[in-house]
Design a protein around this ligand. Structure first.
Ligand code: HEC
Length: 160
């Protein structure tokens, strides 16, 4: 870069700096701020706060993982699924020591869900590391397994 280019880039940077300051609503020179300016600054802060609150209200709040006692009470709202769950998945997915992602522990399920539901169902059917094939549910159809995974990952209505 020649001397001219260097100077040009300096000028651009200064121009950007000036723009940034103005966008911040900070006065560029002392004494420039008038009472009316202060009101609009406050209004800007207020609308930014409202916007932030609106955004945080829309995104689901991260739920803490259930305690083992709470996990033991969770089951799918559907009675048939609840029966399947209680005689299979629950034996591990409600017991932290099993190493299985805990029921309703959304943080533990998030990276698993990223792999996509079809792969999760396949892993359950075939078995996955310490998880036995079928998740110990001999009568579960692939649709049942998907519903059970959705329940455990807290994507479904559940009872308890
Ligand atoms: C005998 C214990 C056991 C049972 C029963 C069991 N699981 Fe698992 N499951 C595990 C363990 C352990 C893991 C974690 C394996 C790993 O990531 O190494 C796991 C992981 C999973 C995963 C994540 C797989 C992945 O690709 O990340 C799914 C989905 C899953 N189980 C579904 C089920 C379903 C549905 C049932 C009931 C039908 C069930 N499991 C029953 C122990 C079990």
């Amino acid at each position: 870069m020649g001397l001219h280019g260097l100077r040009a880039s300096f000028e651009t940077r200064f121009a950007l700096l000036r723009m940034t300051k103005r966008a911040d609503g900070k006065p560029t020179r002392q004494g420039e701020e008038r009472p009316s300016g202060r009101v609009s600054n406050r209004a800007r802060t207020l609308s930014a706060t409202i916007l932030a609150l609106t955004i945080s209200a829309c995104s689901p709040a991260p739920k803490p993982a259930p305690t083992p006692a709470q996990a033991a009470l969770l089951k799918p709202a559907d009675t048939r699924l609840a029966g399947l769950y209680e005689t299979s998945c629950k034996a591990c997915h409600a017991i932290p020591e099993s190493g299985a992602p805990m029921v309703h522990d959304t943080a533990a399920w998030a990276p698993r869900l990223k792999q996509g539901m079809p792969l999760l169902v396949d892993h359950t059917i075939l078995g996955f590391n310490a998880m036995p094939a079928g998740g110990q549910c001999a009568t579960c159809t692939p649709a049942d397994l998907e519903a059970l995974i959705r329940f455990m990952a807290d994507l479904e209505e559940s009872a308890g």
